[in-house]
Design a binder for this molecule. Structure first.
Ligand SMILES: NC(=O)C1=CN([C@@H]2O[C@H](COP(=O)(O)OP(=O)(O)OC[C@H]3O[C@@H](n4cnc5c(N)ncnc54)[C@H](OP(=O)(O)O)[C@@H]3O)[C@@H](O)[C@H]2O)C=CC1
Ligand SMILES: CC(C)(CO)C(=O)C(=O)O
Length: 305
């Protein structure tokens, strides 16, 4: 398995492309725009990390002109809200895609995975605990060292374990976990606490733990989320640790707000509120935070509803 495709040349797509190239895979990035595909082929992909700066040669093609069938594995590194239009396109492609890995935050995408089970032998979910920041169409910085957690959503013919091992060997820690739901729920709790608060306060992840007042609200939010997802003190400690490990990071939700993009609040806090509804439980703090983020999103995107 040497040829790997990545849909989406954003922060995570570029970061992964850099490390997969370092591990000697032939990588193709399927971009949203022709402009980015051109930049990547003329400039190469530039990865900044603790070891320095390295340029990698990658293939790059706009998604709409792509031919995925030659890839042994396809990573999907777009935002949750991009999947609404992307998944029907993937579904309508003739033939099959051997292995797909979905790297979205939140859990809103599970409904789409079921639509793709006849398309792909193996479908994995990936939980990204590394931090990444895209500096331009072809430059990315590895801003937080963490782990890429992989779970098998559906696995008919597992041949992918070498990828996880090879990524780890080149400094991008990646580990397979047998219980995909558990790893997704753990990450949902992390994102449910860190992302909306950093977006509302407009602070880097590290400031949430350094400011005792922010930390108090974090804890209240965590305690409320624990009503719908089984959490314990280890989960709380992990959230604090992630804030430390990615202290200089602007969370993906803060960046979306800063750049006037849609956020993933519906796939994160929205999913938590749905879980509450299903258990006839109200989550007032989460509801408040959901509406604050939606309101700010609307304002920053210059719209009215
Ligand atoms: N960045 C981080 O540190 C972390 C991110 N994550 C999660 O990883 C996922 C990806 O995040 P991130 O990389 O930051 O997001 P970005 O917004 O940086 O990247 C998404 C990319 O997908 C592209 N795209 C959208 N639609 C298509 C399409 N149809 N075909 C090809 N490309 C498309 C976008 O193009 P365009 O720019 O032109 O719109 C953009 O380049 C998210 O769910 C995020 O929450 C998780 C942990 C950390
Ligand atoms: C782990 C964390 C909070 C890192 O910033 C993240 O997943 C995100 O920004 O979406």
């Amino acid at each position: 398995m040497r040829k790997i495709g990545i849909i989406g040349g954003g922060s995570i797509g570029l970061l992964l492309a850099g490390y997969l190239s370092k591990a000697n895979y032939e990588v193709t990035i399927y971009t949203n725009t022709e402009k980015q595909a051109k930049s990547l082929s003329t400039e190469k992909l530039i990865l900044h990390n603790q070891q320095g700066t390295t340029a990698y040669t990658v293939n790059s093609i706009p998604f709409d002109q792509a031919d995925y069938y030659t890839d042994d594995c396809l990573f999907v590194a777009v935002k949750q809200y991009h999947l609404k239009t992307l998944v029907p396109k993937l579904k309508d492609l003739p033939g099959s895609i051997r292995t797909m890995v979905f790297l979205q935050n939140g859990m809103g995408h599970l409904k789409y995975l079921n639509e793709l089970t006849s398309k792909s032998e193996n479908i994995y979910v990936g939980i990204v605990e590394h931090g990444a920041l895209k500096k331009s169409d072809f430059v990315v910085t590895h801003t937080g060292i963490g782990e890429l957690k992989i779970g098998s959503y559906r696995e008919r013919q597992a041949k992918s374990s070498a990828i996880w091992e090879n990524l780890t060997k080149v400094g991008f820690r990646t580990k397979h976990y047998s219980d995909w739901l558990q790893i997704m729920e753990r990450k949902l709790v992390v994102n449910g606490v860190i992302n909306p608060l950093t977006a509302l306060y407009r602070v880097k992840n590290g400031e949430l733990v350094r400011n005792p007042y922010f930390q108090k609200i974090m804890r209240q939010l965590f305690d409320e989320i624990a009503h719908v997802i089984d959490c314990n003190e280890n989960d709380w400690e992990q959230i604090l640790q992630i804030c430390e490990n990615t202290s200089e990071n602007h969370s993906s939700m803060l960046r979306d707000i800063e750049e006037g993009r849609e956020t993933e609040i519906e796939a994160i806090t929205g999913v938590l509120l749905d879980k509450g509804n299903n258990q006839e439980m109200t989550l007032p703090l989460n509801k408040f935070i959901f509406n604050c983020v939606k309101g700010i999103e609307l304002r920053e995107r210059g719209g009215t509803k």
